[in-house]
Design a binder for this molecule. Structure first.
Ligand SMILES: [Zn+2]
Length: 361
């Protein structure tokens, strides 16, 4: 595929590529076609013909800079009810000038269009694995979910030098703002993923969470193939514009800072003070029965803020008797790293999570 106008000669962006140990790609092939330097465009990748008569596709955006550099692949809406990254992806893409860009950005705003259309975590296959998050490496001759996973593996992960997946709070009202990395991965991919997480979180998210990343997820699969990968959890669904904008800014500035870190954009990498914690030192406050959560922690500033042992985080209202049935209090001092907006919460859903020990990973 070719850019609309002939690509200009490669330019020196004054980026010190020595700090990034990444291959400078000579070629990049997407959907069986070579992507020329200077290309910026939309490439829907066909998946299958559907019973409804149409062809379904994986929506891929690609920018290939005129200068060589690494390939960064990013995707969002693996869970269809987590739309927060979509606007941010569009804004970041719009700002990138292929003539002032090194390497390539591969971007999928909606990895599971069927789950997205249903505002659901699951795709509607109704058999086998219907959660795309855990369907990797996929099967190009399998179910719809498996075919999407296979296409993402072939076109995104197999092409990537670095990989990032973006989640957000979904339809049950969760809000969050952090980067997940897998501290078990000790080799080069783990070290580079940690550096990616620091660069991203320095854009405003602020929290770096050490947690096991399943090999059946895209980031876990990428790591198992030696590709540095992170998983981001940011924002929520249907937030008021003023709150949504704050998370969106963390996402846009984090992604931009990550590309500066990787040498894809000129500029100085921003470094912020971050909070690190691990899954092994977390406390959860979950409702003991379903009901209507009256949350005390619904604001952007609450995520990453400190809470005290015994502090009231929310109450559960029985939606039938209209009585408050439970108080949800923090069991420990710590940092609140996810919360929920007020609304219906089913039994088994998590309420709040607190990092009880913060320590550099
Ligand atoms: Zn998710």
């Amino acid at each position: 595929m070719r850019a609309a106008s002939p690509p200009p000669a490669a330019i020196d962006l004054e980026v010190d590529m020595r700090r990034i140990d990444a291959p400078k790609r000579e070629s990049l092939s997407i959907g069986g076609a070579e992507i020329e330097p200077g290309f910026k465009g939309y490439i829907p990748l066909p998946i299958a013909a559907m019973l409804t008569g149409g062809e379904t596709a994986l929506p891929l955006h690609c920018v290939r800079g005129t200068a060589p550099g690494p390939v960064l692949a990013v995707q969002a809406c693996v869970h269809g009810d987590e739309p927060q990254p979509v606007r941010a992806f569009g804004n970041v893409l719009e700002k990138i000038d292929a003539k002032k860009f090194r390497g390539a950005l591969l971007m999928i705003p909606v990895a599971n269009p069927f789950a997205f259309a249903n505002f659901s975590r699951q795709s509607p296959d109704q058999h086998e694995q219907t959660n795309l998050w855990g369907a990797f490496p996929g099967n190009s001759k399998g179910t719809l979910t498996q075919r999407y996973a296979a296409k993402i593996r072939e076109e995104l992960i197999d092409n990537a030098d670095f990989f990032a997946e973006f989640h957000s709070g979904g339809r049950a009202g969760r809000i969050q703002n952090r980067v997940d990395i897998d501290p078990r991965v000790k080799e080069a991919a783990g070290k580079k993923a940690r550096a990616m997480a620091i660069a991203f979180a320095s854009g405003g998210a602020g929290l770096v969470h050490g947690v096991s990343l399943s090999k059946a997820s895209a980031p876990g699969y990428a790591l198992s193939r030696g590709v540095p990968a992170i998983s981001v959890e940011i924002g929520g669904s249907y937030l008021p514009e003023v709150e949504e904008a704050l998370y969106r800014r963390c996402l846009e500035e984090g992604l931009w800072n990550l590309m500066v870190h990787l040498g894809m954009l000129a500029g100085r990498e921003r470094r912020s003070r971050l909070t690190y914690f691990e899954a092994s030192h977390r406390a959860e406050v979950n409702p003991s029965s379903g009901g209507y959560l009256l949350s005390r922690k619904t604001r952007f500033a609450d995520i990453g803020g400190r809470v005290r042992k015994g502090q009231l985080l929310g109450e559960m209202l029985d939606p039938f008797t209209l009585e408050v049935t439970e108080e949800l209090r923090s069991p420990a001092d710590g940092v609140l790293f996810f919360s929920r907006c007020s609304g219906p919460v089913e039994v088994g859903n998590k309420g709040f999570a607190i990092a009880t020990r913060t320590k550099k990973i």
